[in-house]
Ligand binder design. Sequence first.
Ligand SMILES: Nc1ncnc2c1ncn2[C@@H]1O[C@H](COP(=O)(O)OP(=O)(O)OP(=O)(O)O)[C@@H](O)[C@H]1O
Ligand SMILES: [Mg+2]
Ligand SMILES: [Zn+2]
Length: 561
Amino acid sequence: MIPTLKESPADAEIASHRLLIRAGYIRRVASGLYEFLPLGLKVIKKIEAIIRDEMDRAGAQELLLPILQPRELWEESGRWAKYGPEMMRLQDRAERDFGLGPTHEELITDLVRSNVSSYRQLPVNLYQIGPKFRDEIRPRFGLLRGREFLMKDGYSFDRDEEGMGESYQRMYDAYGRIFTRSGCTWRAVEADTGLIGGDVSHEFMVPAEVGEDFIAYCTDCPYAANLELASFRRPTPPDDQDLIMEKVHTPGRRTIDEVSSFLGIEPRRLIKCLMYLVEGRAVAVLVPGDREANEIKLERVLGTDEFRLFNEEDWKRLPEYLQGYVGPVGLDGAEMIADWSVEGARGMAAGANDVDYHLINVKEGRDFAVDRFADVVNARPGDLCPRCGGELKVEAGIEVGQVFQLGTRYSLPMRCHYDDENGVTRPMIMGTYGIGVSRLMAAVVEQSHDEKGIIWPLSVAPALLHILPLNYEREERRRAAQELFQACRERGWEVLLDDRQESAGVKFADADLIGIPFRAVIGKGYDKNGNLELQVRASGERFNMSMEACLDRLRSAMESV
Ligand SMILES: Nc1ncnc2c1ncn2[C@@H]1O[C@H](COP(=O)(O)OP(=O)(O)OP(=O)(O)O)[C@@H](O)[C@H]1O
Ligand SMILES: [Mg+2]
Ligand SMILES: [Zn+2]
């Protein structure tokens, strides 16, 4: 069951999606739902074996939790209401509510609280590998963003922050080894904690053009962070003369571009005043004219996710704010939050809160007072590293894993407690750790393919060797192929034998597509002197050799992983 295809499916926009389907590894059932065909499952099992090996080595224990999760547990953590439509919900015949697990913090916390009660039983580190469901708004890119996908999720429980820090570091190190052994290049970056909660978090990113995440990283020091929260050092504002603020007529000019070209002032010297409705009240957010507000940063600063930019109705309902002419000078009634780059800024232009007028030579502190300065804009290439002042670069990446220091986010509301040495009851301190197993499979392909097909790293390849007897109906060649097949099986190596009566062209094209690291061609050379042609998928090298020599070469390759 290796249904290779000549044509790519119409919805496959990226290489891993196209190739995994064309090479017969996966098949789409519905949006975001895929079947793993025999070859696909072999790759998944290879990745899982690497994960298990590293997790067990790091002292974690594997278990398996149900996918259906009762509403009551999610009520305890407060996430039944919070998680939103990404969690698929359903009822059983008695009309009890369940969710299809998008992640398993609630279940694991329930398990641990009912079985661990003393400091002597801690720390505990548990993990599982299994399906997760998330009803993503935009399932796409094949395995990269599915609705049902495979995840390794792990959870640590410690007595205190220090213990949790150690558990976190052990998982962080294990993750690095897992991605390296899977044949990826990767980068660990500081990350936002989102719906999972907690304080400290890192994501493991596989750099790839098709990645949906963006990473800012320093070229001079190890600083790297998801653009969602990457900070940067603001340059000192230009030391212009303290000119007197002036009001200028700017008829019909409302947008940054219109005002900037009309006044002949660069966009970065304009103060963009964004009006937000935050839990019902108006908040002004000041950013330089050439930057956008970053709403993930803003959420942290505001301490709530209940906010949005003014819509048409808000502008009408609150006529004291003039759309297109709103600015910080004389702005009453709204809290004013400004990006750090506005601190000390002078010689700026801004809306005058008067139709068809703007102000120039505006100076922060003199002409208006900011309530709070904060980091609320995106970093971009060329910005200064917040740690060392070096140059930041930005690259796209695929998030293949994330680790979180949760603290008591779940143990407090769910009363996951233990008694310490002195008999004092304390909440356990948790960490949570995830790897997108099926996403990792696609990420490996993104990094490792050519125009002809996949090039599997040996560690996760579905087989070591692909045997290609040409004209399989020929008795001699068939016997040789079967002998080689048996020899591999006896050595415990996985091997694929193309026993189809297909033309050499079809067999070679499929072999390139499928991407098994080594290929043994049994053809004319075999008839002449009993030699095979061993081909290396990655380099394209070919070697004429006897079957014995071929097996030796394969053995040394196996020993290197
Ligand atoms: N829809 C998905 N399809 C495949 N893998 C996924 C999906 N969502 C998450 N993962 C994988 O599971 C891991 C752990 O889940 P986590 O909760 O951190 O995901 P996430 O941060 O919500 O992912 P994303 O930001 O890509 O939606 C992720 O690092 C990722 O590798
Ligand atoms: Mg994540
Ligand atoms: Zn730096």
